[in-house]
Design a protein around this ligand. Structure first.
Ligand code: LLP
Length: 426
């Protein structure tokens, strides 16, 4: 666990609150976020860029954790938002992120989504294909406006991260090949509904090595300079997100290291830069809290069966991702036992950790999954008819539920039987 999660008098604290007190109040499982940790991560990231002499707009990547309270926490710090859907755009606007600090990314924006972005007056659309460019042109002309566009280019760089979250290779669906960018920009300049304002790139997520960034930024900055010289009115460069976090207390590049790479690759362009960090701002600020339901001794394995499942935190099942697991009560001894930590879902893949060494635990004990603030609750499903779990935010000595767990009735209420089956019995 990293700050602000630490034991005090034998109990895991989140800032100034004992996590088990929150569990007693809201029930398990639940996600717990530290507002101060988010603020600190933002200030360090934005401060590092500023410290490197860069003119940077940090647009929080809403997809990492789209809770209104989370977006609002960053908005209060001055952040913009990186959105990828109508829902994310509406969320950012709802909590008062200024439209001129919103960038709209994604390969599949619909005409309706493009129109909404234009009506809101967002900073830029990160356009990922010629097809999208032409549709956006049409939608903008219908409205009698010009759409500000940053062309997302694919630098064909391997981000050396998990295959499912690498995005900057030529075989990935994202962006426009660097070699085609000049031609697409020419087309953009000629389209009356399009105002080309910049380039954008994003090479992947959970990046723990700065070399791929260096290569990608070098390439994109080169293209930017070349196109600007050729007369395309490029004014801004969006370098995406992706900076990794420590899931296993590994040593990682710091925001200052990252900012130095940006400064030496894109700094010479002397244009405003946009960043889209998600995980780095929220990942380590969140925990998933769960209760042990049973300790089941199998023939060859000891199973720790907890009340959170793969539907609540998908990352281990989807990416074989590691999340630290710690008891909420500080272990009295250094003795460790091996457990397969599993949830209640009827799938063998509902496995959080295999053969994990943990202090001895018993039914009823509470545990925390670490670094669960990013891509946790937002990727959850209601599989096995399990309602989405509550989400709680702590700041200082107080905590508040920021998303209540819906009741089973509430979930069933949105459904109905077809007329030939009558009504749902009361
Ligand atoms: N910008 C774009 C265009 C993106 O596609 C992403 C993430 C971000 C920014 C934010 O990246 P971050 O700073 O959070 O790494 N579900 C996966 C991660 C998927 C990331 C998708 N794109 C996971 O749980 O690891």
């Amino acid at each position: 666990m990293t700050q602000p999660f630490a034991y005090s008098e034998g109990r895991l604290q989140a800032e100034g609150v004992a996590v088990e007190d929150i569990a007693a109040a809201v029930g398990t499982p639940f996600y717990l976020y530290s507002a101060s940790a988010m603020q600190q991560a933002y200030r360090r990231f934005a401060g590092a860029l500023q410290g490197a002499g860069l003119d940077a707009l940090v647009c929080y990547a809403v997809k990492a954790n789209p809770q209104l309270a989370v977006i609002a926490t960053f908005a209060a710090e001055g952040a913009g938002a990186d959105v990828v859907s109508e829902g994310e755009l509406r969320r950012a606007l709802a909590v008062g992120v200024p439209a001129e600090k919103i960038v709209f990314a994604g390969v599949g924006k619909t005409a309706g989504e493009l129109a909404l972005g234009l009506e809101a007056g967002i900073l830029q659309f990160n356009v990922e294909s010629r097809e999208e460019l032409r549709l956006l042109d049409q939608v903008a002309r219908d409205k009698g406006v010009q759409a500000p566009v940053a062309l997302r280019v694919n630098p064909d760089v391997d981000a050396r991260t998990h295959a499912k979250i690498t995005t900057g290779k030529s075989e990935n669906k994202f962006g426009i090949d660097c070699d085609d960018a000049a031609a697409v920009l020419q087309e953009a300049v000629a389209l009356p509904g399009i105002l080309p304002v910049g380039l954008a790139t994003h090479i992947g997520s959970q990046i723990t090595d700065l070399e791929p960034y260096e290569a990608a930024f070098q390439r994109v900055a080169g293209l930017f300079a070349e196109q600007r010289e050729a007369g395309v009115p490029l004014q801004r460069l969006d370098l995406g997100g992706g900076l990794g976090i420590a899931y296993q207390q590994e040593a990682l590049p710091t925001p200052e290291d990252y900012a130095a790479v940006v400064a030496r690759t894109a700094g010479r362009l002397d244009v405003p830069l946009v960043f889209e960090p998600g995980r780095h701002l929220v990942g380590e600020a969140g925990l998933l809290i769960s209760r042990v339901v049973y300790v089941k001794q199998g023939r060859s394995r000891r199973f720790l069966i907890v009340d959170a499942g793969m539907n609540d935190l998908m990352r281990p099942a989807l990416y074989e991702a590691w999340h630290d697991i710690v008891p909420l009560r500080e272990p009295a001894s250094a003795a460790r036992l091996r457990y397969d930590v599993v949830g209640p879902i009827c799938e063998t893949g509902d496995l959080f950790a295999e053969g994990r060494e943990l202090p001895e635990l018993a039914a009823g004990d509470l545990v925390a999954f670490g670094a669960a603030g990013a891509y946790g609750a937002t990727m959850a499903s209601t599989y096995n008819s399990r309602p989405p779990v509550a989400e709680v935010m702590v700041q200082g000595d107080s905590f508040e539920v920021i998303r209540a767990r819906p009741s089973h009735d509430a979930l069933m209420r949105s459904e109905s039987l077809p007329s030939w089956l009558g009504k749902v019995p009361k």
